[in-house]
Write a protein that binds this ligand. Structure first.
Ligand SMILES: [Zn+2]
Length: 369
């Protein structure tokens, strides 16, 4: 299984998903009955954890049955020990759990991830589980004819008994980009952010767009500047509800900002040193940047160190990126080095407006490695 160039956020998938076995109902049933199988339990998209056991989200079949009636299950896969893992929605209300003083608690997944309450492997499995169970919850009727659908394939698709349409889980691509101007980068804040917090710009990819076009459009719409040299770096599943965050670099070709106040409350240029102080909590004006999850860390900490090398000094990028990638993420350094090295060999992408009609597969090749 491919190893991501980082080990934070929802990026580690330790499971063999066994996609070729999903339609083998006897096999799936045998897994469900196996005493070694574990279940990630959810109530209304909120995962359950054992209260006195270090936020352990793994329950056996007996524990799961005691906690509530199963409503929806999905076979997530099996771990490196060969033990199966299911996601399971149960019907017990969170307040009843509290009233019963049972040894479990329901905690929203986002703070669990932000606070690092469980291991990187478990947080990834919980993210996969949340996306799948939420998809079932919101897609109970056929989009083609409106008839209620049934789940199939161990929870990996829904089928319509009326028109025979099959429906599959959706993934919504979102670009999140660090736009650089020399050693400055562009950050913005939305109204709902915590006071003083700034982050990288982001937005959904629209039908018909490449990643590069989406980066160009979003930056132009939100900050009023054009950018170039878009580069894919890394991705992260973002299960709120089913996004895939696609982390990119870009270089500004103009610097005077025109902020779309419908989208952002503010956007401005920050120096590298200033962002480091924002991440460390030592900024003189109390400004901050999110930390704790993949792309925000990557975009705001790691990339700040490599952005000049990657964008401004491509000849040197391999060595510089290798140094920081290995130092920061030893397990993924070599993988990231290979990707970075490939970037330097490829001709850089230019303004998407001038790319129409030309092949644009180079960056996507990187994403597939
Ligand atoms: Zn139908």
């Amino acid at each position: 299984m491919p190893t991501p160039p980082h080990a934070i956020g929802f990026t580690l998938d330790p499971l063999d998903r066994m996609s070729d076995k999903r339609d083998d109902e006897v096999f799936v049933s045998s897994l469900r009955d196996d005493p070694a199988t574990r279940f990630l339990l959810f109530i209304d998209n909120v995962p359950l954890f054992k209260r006195d056991d270090g936020h352990d989200p793994l329950f056996d079949a007996l524990e799961a049955a005691q906690l509530g009636k199963p409503l929806q299950s999905v076979l997530l896969g099996r771990d490196t020990h060969g033990h199966a893992l299911f996601a399971l929605t149960i019907d017990t209300a969170p307040d009843r759990l509290a009233l019963d003083a049972r040894p479990v608690e329901a905690i929203e997944l986002r703070p669990v991830a932000m606070q690092g309450l469980v291991s990187p492997f478990l947080i990834s499995a919980l993210g996969e589980a949340r996306s799948m169970l939420d998809w079932h919850r919101r897609h109970r009727f056929c989009a083609n004819c409106g008839t209620p659908t049934d789940d199939a394939g161990a929870g990996w698709r829904r089928v319509c008994g009326n028109c025979n349409a099959q429906h599959f889980p959706r993934v919504d691509p979102v670009v999140i980009m660090l736009v650089a101007d020399g050693d400055r980068c562009l950050l913005g804040r939305q109204k709902q952010f915590a006071p003083g917090m700034y982050s990288a710009l982001a937005g959904f990819v629209e039908p018909g767009e490449t990643f590069e076009h989406a980066v160009y459009r979003e930056v132009l719409e939100e900050a009023g500047i054009r950018c170039t040299d878009m580069r894919y770096y890394a991705s992260q599943p973002w299960p709120f509800p089913s996004s895939l965050m696609i982390g990119c670099f870009a270089r500004a070709v103009e610097t005077e900002l025109t902020v779309d106040l419908n989208e952002l409350e503010d956007a401005r240029w920050f120096s590298r040193d200033e962002v480091v102080r924002m991440l460390d909590g030592t900024h003189e004006d109390g400004l901050s940047a999110p930390k704790g999850l993949l792309l925000r860390i990557i975009c705001l900490r790691l990339l700040l160190w490599v952005i000049e090398a990657v964008v401004v000094l491509p000849i040197l990028s391999s060595l510089v990126v290798l140094s920081f990638a290995v130092a920061a993420f030893p397990a993924g350094g070599v993988t990231f080095f290979a990707a970075a090295k490939k970037v330097t060999k490829e001709s850089r992408l230019s303004d998407p407006k001038h790319l129409l009609g030309r092949p644009r597969h180079r960056t996507l090749d990187l994403a597939q490695q």
